[in-house]
Design a protein around this ligand. Structure first.
Ligand SMILES: [Fe+2]
Ligand SMILES: [Fe+2]
Length: 136
């Protein structure tokens, strides 16, 4: 398929991260989440970044959770709990904003570890289940 960019020779620095999913919607959204985390580790203004991280993570989790329901994913409850943990951590980060830069670094580390573990672990199980189902 001509639109398939996986394995393409031309990749920008931003695209060096391994593909997270063979589902286009999931891959695109994971990539965006990592971009937001990159920004958190950089010097982007904190408050709007946290708001966007909240908004986008919620958009992504909501879609994954809708898929879990649509395909009757057997591990949906545990997966949703994992999302809830991330939601709670982001809320904590927002609460600590007045405390600024130290908090930012620690939280970026935590979120990066969590996202990497979740996206390349828990989400891969869901991805395989969706691919095997009738709905993609
Ligand atoms: Fe995900
Ligand atoms: Fe997930």
């Amino acid at each position: 398929m001509s639109g398939d960019s996986r394995g393409a020779a031309h990749r920008t620095a931003l695209d060096e991260r391994p593909v997270t999913s063979d589902l286009l919607w999931q891959e695109t959204q994971h990539r965006r989440l990592f971009e937001l985390l990159d920004a958190l580790e950089g010097d982007a203004e904190l408050a709007p970044l946290i708001l966007e991280l909240h908004r986008y993570a919620e958009e992504h989790f909501t879609l994954e959770e809708a898929y879990m329901e649509a395909v009757a994913f057997p591990e949906a409850a545990a997966h949703r709990r994992a999302h809830d943990k991330f939601r709670a951590q982001l809320t904590e980060l927002s609460a600590g904003q007045s405390d600024a830069e130290g908090m930012r670094g620690l939280t970026a580390m935590f979120l990066r570890e969590w996202l990497t573990r979740h996206i390349y672990g828990t989400d891969k199980v869901l991805e395989a289940f969706i691919i095997d189902s009738a709905i993609k």
